[in-house]
Design a protein around this ligand. Structure first.
Ligand code: PRP
Ligand code: URA
Length: 209
């Protein structure tokens, strides 16, 4: 089974409190989602492989570590996942970006795929799938399935707020995928919204209704 990592960093918790509040406007919401994504990316990249190279400081020659240059891909689930991409790219600017378009049918709550565009070398790349919300888990399960179907071997999932139902569904469908969550909330309501959550992440990010 993959690991489930829930962040307890005070900066992340503080910023989350503001995006949860209903009076937080689009500009501030977007900025905070971006900042939280950067803070999460710091932890998510903890195990990136390093190698030693020879360098010369003004004092002497020495050996020092650099990233091996492992191929990475960031894949937002459209739309709301887009809000987390720039925040992640601040720390790993050379990562390629793929897109998976899914929307949740409001009646069935099942994800409907409408767009997939991924980087080349899928089999050699590690992927970070990003989406602010893991509710029923249907979208994340389907997006990861779409990646695996095209050859992806190593995938992690990163979200801001998750419901226990979504974590369970994702763990069951993809036990090889590590899940990084900024906050684990109480439950889903009868409309499939996370409680207490933050409402509709896509609408709040893009100012739509
Ligand atoms: C939201 C959210 C997730 C999904 C989570 O997207 O961004 O992708 O719902 O719900 P689930 O875990 O029950 O599948 P939505 O379908 O509202 O589309 P949007 O990002 O275009 O607003
Ligand atoms: N999608 C959202 O944007 N918010 C929720 O609470 C659940 C699904």
């Amino acid at each position: 089974m993959g690991k489930v990592f829930v962040f307890d960093h005070p900066l992340i918790q503080h910023k989350l409190t503001y995006i949860r509040q209903k009076d937080t406007g689009t500009k501030e919401f977007r900025e905070l989602v971006d900042e939280i994504a950067t803070l999460m990316a710091f932890e998510v990249t903890r195990d990136l492989p390093l190698t030693e190279i020879e360098i010369e400081t003004p004092i002497c020659k020495t050996k020092a570590k650099v990233l091996t240059g492992k191929k990475l891909g960031v894949v937002p689930i459209l739309r709301a996942g887009m809000g987390m991409v720039d925040g992640v790219l601040k720390l790993i600017p050379n990562a390629r970006v793929g897109h998976i378009g899914l929307y949740r049918d409001p009646e069935t709550l099942k994800p409907v795929e409408y767009y997939v565009k991924l980087p080349t070398d899928i089999e050699e790349r590690d992927f970070i799938v990003v989406d602010p919300m893991l509710a029923t888990g249907g979208s994340a399960v389907e997006a990861i399935h779409a990646l695996k179907k095209r050859g992806a071997k190593h995938i992690i999932f990163m979200c801001l707020i998750a419901a226990p139902e979504g974590v369970k569904a994702l763990e069951e469908a993809h036990p090889d995928v590590d899940i990084y969550i900024a906050a684990l909330d109480e439950k889903l309501n009868e409309k499939g919204y996370i409680v207490p959550g933050l409402g509709d992440a896509g609408d709040r990010l893009f100012g739509t209704k």
